[in-house]
Design a protein around this ligand. Structure first.
Ligand code: RUQ
Ligand code: CUA
Length: 647
């Protein structure tokens, strides 16, 4: 018999573990002692631990940085659920291996060149009235200006669009309050055309831009033809956010090179970093997409560059659609408050966050009261007259995420490695917590929507130095979970992220996601339509048309039909694979040994693989998911015969 605890053990902030018949106090105390755990640790564990089978309350979509993927995990457990292949082939999902997903990746080819990686930064959901819907997710590729659409019906990437004029981007993918547009802002200024222009033409030819990608909701696709761009000065635009509520129709993008410095360290000139941070202020761009959308309908208002409509700066200015507001030098994040009235800008080289009041800015615009014009003729609003105020937060304020409590926001401090909680209306700090280390983005639950929940904060730390077991010089990143429900923020979990440098995450109540558990029989998951190769039981066959061999195959526990496929050397072979299962989680994989062929076929899906049978011989094929007791027997043979040879 265990010796039971007589009086309840009172832990931390009043957590009362009345350890009844299951746990002896001595057992808990022994474990705490053995593992060197404090009461605070036990409390943190109780807040994050999910008993087997228990589901998470929030689902987080994290960018995957250089992995070109998206990472899905749960809060509060911080359990990773999925890596979604987006810009990079991902063999588990057959992404980039089956024909259907190859077609998606092909959409991301740039000027004929296949790009097999991406630098994903900012995921965002579809929105309705500024609130998250949870049926689609957008993500940008900073390295190769592209935007991808992920269908949250099955968590698969269904579209990649290439920016027609940018050579670099960062400020994507930000969604307007009713998903009218997905905003993508350029980063490093470059010529908008595809020609060579010397750096001496920086001010005359190099440009920034904002692209407004039109989302065709019924189709679940970006409509490239209906999308357009706004030309901007070469100020190195950065992050963006769409206005909402009273700032509906507007969007905001900051920048960090109002100096228009062009570098030249190799010639003894100051490096970019010095030349680009000489001025005390840079510019926040403020533009009205509702006006621009109307302008883009009339050919006299736009130029066509690379087959894409671009509204020149002068046209936007003449139609009161583009303004600049000074912001402290080298800013980074720009975030609009849930009600749309305030815009918070973090200055990397400033200790302050600046809170702009949209009402004041709009009043200045309406009165045509400007402090001046930039060299491109864009009216500049007076900074002091636009500000609600500034608050000293600490070193390196970067990004913001909001709380359900009115006026409360959380800001990451990159240099100080802290999250600071403060009131952007009353302009005072409330609390701060240390994070480990060098935090970039942060997120509170649904914290960038019009209805933030708060509850937990996620710190996306760039460095993890001493937090985890060493795994070589390339360290994992550290995502930390912080309980923000009390007056004091409490750090409760560290999660190593072993896949690229996630820049930003976005969180949604799990109840808002309604993913399918299986596909309708014969679905091409990348188009959502019935596959031309759908094969039902009894329809399995091999068809030959000259050198083209098409196999219509099915997979069901525990066989692949057909089990023998005979082709001639150099035949062009296509195999359609339909998973006939109707049971959840009965995925079959399909691999042909030595032929670099793989597909993942979830219940109901039809996927296809294609290859040239250029190697003679015998090649086993098999199911790559341990799907049943007779999974090892789920196999077949591909025979490749040389028709010129006698065997
Ligand atoms: S950005 S933190 Cu895309 Cu801040 Cu990286
Ligand atoms: Cu199907 Cu193993």
């Amino acid at each position: 018999m265990h010796s039971f605890i007589k009086k309840p053990l009172v832990l931390g902030a009043g957590l009362c573990l009345s350890l009844s018949s299951l746990f002896g106090a001595s057992e808990l105390e022994t474990i705490m002692k053995e593992r060197n755990l404090s009461e605070k640790d036990i409390l943190a564990a109780a807040k994050t631990y999910q008993p087997s089978g228990r589901k998470d309350e929030y689902i987080v979509f994290s960018s995957g940085g250089q992995s070109g993927q998206v990472i899905v995990y749960g809060v509060p457990s911080m359990r990773i659920y999925k890596y979604i292949g987006v810009f990079t082939p991902e063999p588990w999902q057959g992404y980039g291996y089956d024909n259907e997903s190859k077609a998606v990746l092909k959409g991301g080819a740039i000027r004929g060149k296949d790009i097999t990686w991406g630098d994903t930064h900012h995921p965002n959901f579809t929105e309705k009235n500024g609130e998250y819907v949870g049926d689609y997710l957008f993500i940008n590729d900073k390295a190769n200006p592209r935007t991808a659409v992920i269908n949250l019906h099955d968590f698969e990437t269904t579209q990649i669009v290439v920016n027609p004029i940018m050579k670099s981007e960062h400020g994507g993918s930000f969604v307007t309050p009713n998903t009218e547009y997905v905003i993508e802002a350029s980063q490093y200024a470059a010529p908008l055309d595809n020609n060579y222009h010397p750096i001496e033409e920086y001010e005359s030819v190099y440009r920034g831009a904002i692209t407004f990608w039109k989302f065709d909701y019924p189709k679940g696709k970006i409509d490239e033809k209906a999308s357009f761009s706004l030309e901007l000065p070469p100020y190195m635009q950065d992050l963006s956010d769409a206005g909402k509520g009273e700032s509906m129709g507007w969007a905001f993008t900051n920048s960090f090179n109002s100096e228009m410095y062009t570098g030249g360290i190799e010639k003894g000139l100051p490096p970019f970093e010095a030349g680009m941070s000489r001025n005390d202020t840079d510019y926040m761009h403020m533009y009205n997409w509702q006006i621009l959308e109307k302008l883009a309908k009339d050919p006299k208002n736009y130029k066509v560059i690379n087959n894409h409509r671009v509204i020149p700066i002068s046209v936007a200015v003449a139609n009161n659609a583009l303004f600049l507001v000074p912001e402290p030098k080298s800013p980074h994040g720009v975030d609009v408050s849930p009600d749309g009235r305030y815009i918070i800008v973090g200055g990397k080289l400033d200790t302050h966050a600046s809170v702009y009041d949209f009402r004041k800015m709009k009043a200045l615009i309406d009165k045509k009261e400007f402090a001046g014009k930039d060299p491109f003729g864009i009216p500049i609003l007076d900074m002091q007259k636009s500000l609600h105020g500034q608050v000293e937060l600490g070193l390196g304020p970067l990004h913001n995420s909001f709380d359900a409590k009115d006026g409360v926001v959380y800001t990451s401090l990159y240099v100080d490695s802290q999250i600071v909680k403060w009131d952007y209306k009353k302009l005072k700090t409330l609390d701060r917590v240390n994070v480990h280390y060098n935090i970039g983005h942060l997120d509170t639950m649904e914290g960038k929507s019009a209805k933030p929940v708060g509850k937990y904060a996620l710190a996306l730390d760039k460095l993890s130095i001493d937090r985890f077991n060493p795994v070589g010089p390339l360290h994992p990143q550290n995502h930390q979970l912080i309980d923000i429900t009390g007056a004091k923020m409490e750090l409760i979990y560290d999660m190593p992220i072993p896949l690229g440098e996630p820049h930003d995450v976005i969180s949604i109540a799990a109840s808002k996601l309604k993913p399918a558990m299986t596909y309708k029989m014969g679905t091409n998951s990348r188009t959502g339509e019935q596959s031309v190769g759908m094969t039902l039981a009894g329809q399995e066959r091999i068809e030959r048309d000259g050198k083209n061999v098409t196999v219509y195959a099915t997979l069901v526990r525990s066989h692949i039909n057909p089990e023998h496929i005979e082709v001639n050397k150099d035949d062009n072979v296509t195999i359609y694979l339909t998973n006939l299962e109707r049971a959840q989680d009965e995925t079959h994989g399909f691999a042909i040994d030595l032929y670099n062929v793989h597909a993942s076929i979830e219940p109901g899906k039809t996927a296809s693989v294609n290859f040239k049978a250029d190697m003679e011989g015998v090649f086993p094929y098999y199911c790559t998911e341990f799907c049943s007791a007779l999974h090892l027997e789920m196999m077949g043979y591909l025979y490749v015969k040389d028709p010129k040879k006698k065997y």
